[in-house]
Design a binder for this molecule. Structure first.
Ligand code: AMP
Ligand code: ZN
Length: 107
């Protein structure tokens, strides 16, 4: 399977990692839409968050906890957590991931 996020989570491709947990990693989005834009990505491949939610609630909870930690680390506490799910919703990488975005970075 040719999945760019599998290659990043395995270390085959580089990324700017900002945090990690047992089941997930967090790295900066290569094309940030806001001053804080971090992706939270499970280490195991699931196509999208809907598939992940059905398959493994423990991984999903760990992923969200990692996202909240990243948001607290990188922002003043006002942030969004977004999961684009399906091509028509704007999903372009079909390995489940959440976007942590914030307009108010912690300085
Ligand atoms: P989505 O549109 O929800 O599937 O989000 C995919 C995100 O992955 C986009 O915001 C891209 O900018 C980001 N992205 C794609 N390739 C990379 C990469 N190699 N490193 C970091 N972020 C990436
Ligand atoms: Zn993958």
């Amino acid at each position: 399977m040719d999945c760019i996020f599998c290659k990043i989570t395995s270390g085959e491709l580089p990324a700017t990692f900002v945090a990690e947990s047992e089941h997930a990693v967090a790295f900066n989005d290569i094309n940030p839409a806001q001053p804080v834009h971090v992706l939270i990505v499970p280490r195991v491949h699931y196509t999208d968050v809907a598939e992940l939610a059905v398959a493994n609630a423990e991984v999903l909870a760990d992923l969200i906890q990692l996202g909240v930690s990243v948001a607290e680390l990188k922002s003043t506490g006002s942030f969004r957590l977004q999961f684009n799910t399906g091509a028509e919703a704007g999903q372009t990488v079909f390995h489940a991931h959440g976007h942590i975005t914030s307009r108010t970075p912690r300085v």
